[in-house]
Design a protein around this ligand. Structure first.
Ligand code: SF4
Length: 298
């Protein structure tokens, strides 16, 4: 099946060191957003198609059929697959993290808002005055000889179901599992399920929240290298699907497509647990910008 726009494509621009870095980053940020809001990653689409094939409850199957048709229409018409093009988070990894990258991302978001177009979703939190789309940029130092930029445009329906629990260390693994399951049982129906669940365990409270969201950069099929976390992911996925919330909260077999966990060391007296829920429109895309001007999207 030929997909538009192709999600894995190599482009060549003149080398960023020779061109204006800000302009290159702006083009990449706009392209990332265009591809991300129009087409879902293959693994997400396959997971939704499998959910449709296996679903036995008629109303849930019908909803999944509509979701899959919606994905096809968005791709054919080159339009955003959901009207909520979300709050935009960028994750940037590289050696030389300069203000030109930040400025380029802001330029790219401005252009994407106008050209794709994206719904202007950002407002002053108190006056509610609209300011367009304000991106959030998270930086990570890396030794790679390329610059990597990922984007997650995330809708408010699922983002509003986020939570942070400051558990007691004595709550342990069982306390973590119960806190997540109780929260998802209450909130999943409001997050346009089937959901993808991102969990951050440990670190500081703000690191746990960031880790929870960063999980959404992983492929649904990726394996957790930590056997304890891998087991917790598998158990939570089974238990969440046994809740029977189902597609769009209408019941059925699939409440969640995947559970992903990231953990960091934390204070001996703390146990932060953060939950970040993605809806079925689990949008993400990454670009790698190489020194010779080659750009890969995947
Ligand atoms: S939660 Fe997701 S699918 Fe639902 S309206 Fe928001 S972006 Fe769209």
């Amino acid at each position: 099946m030929l997909k538009f726009p192709p999600r894995a494509l190599i482009l060549f621009l003149c080398p960023p060191t020779l061109c204006h870095m800000r302009k290159t980053i702006a083009l990449v940020a706009e392209e990332l957003l265009k591809r991300a809001v129009i087409g879902l990653p293959d693994d997400v689409e396959i997971a939704l198609a499998n959910a449709y094939s296996n679903e036995t409850k008629e109303v849930a199957k019908e909803q999944l059929k509509i979701i899959l048709e919606n994905i096809g229409v968005a791709r054919k018409n080159q339009t955003a697959l959901c009207q909520d093009t979300g709050t935009i988070s960028f994750f940037v990894r590289g050696k030389n993290l300069t203000s030109e990258i930040r400025d380029g991302i802001f330029d790219g978001v401005l252009a994407a808002t106008k050209n794709i177009p994206l719904r202007p979703n950002s407002v002053n939190p108190l006056t509610r005055k609209n300011i367009g789309n304000h991106p959030f940029i998270h930086l990570e130092f890396s030794d790679n000889d390329y610059l990597e930029i990922s984007v997650i445009p995330k809708g408010a329906g699922c983002e509003n179901m986020s939570a942070l629990f400051m558990l007691r260390p004595s709550d342990g693994l069982e306390g973590v599992r119960k806190a997540i399951l109780t929260h998802v049982a209450q909130k999943a129906k409001n997050a346009c399920p089937p959901i993808v669940l991102g969990i951050g365990i440990g670190g500081t409270p703000e690191q746990a929240m960031l880790s929870a969201k960063e999980n959404h950069l992983k492929k649904l099929t990726s394996k957790n290298p930590d056997p304890i976390l891998a087991e917790l992911e598998a158990r939570l996925l089974t238990e969440i699907n046994e809740l029977g919330v189902g597609t769009m909260g209408l019941g059925g077999l699939r409440t969640a497509l995947s559970v992903k966990i990231l953990s960091h060391p934390c204070h001996t007296a703390s146990l932060p647990v953060a939950v970040n829920i993605e809806c079925w429109a689990d949008r993400r895309l990454t670009a790698r910008i190489f020194k010779d001007g080659k750009i890969e999207y995947f």
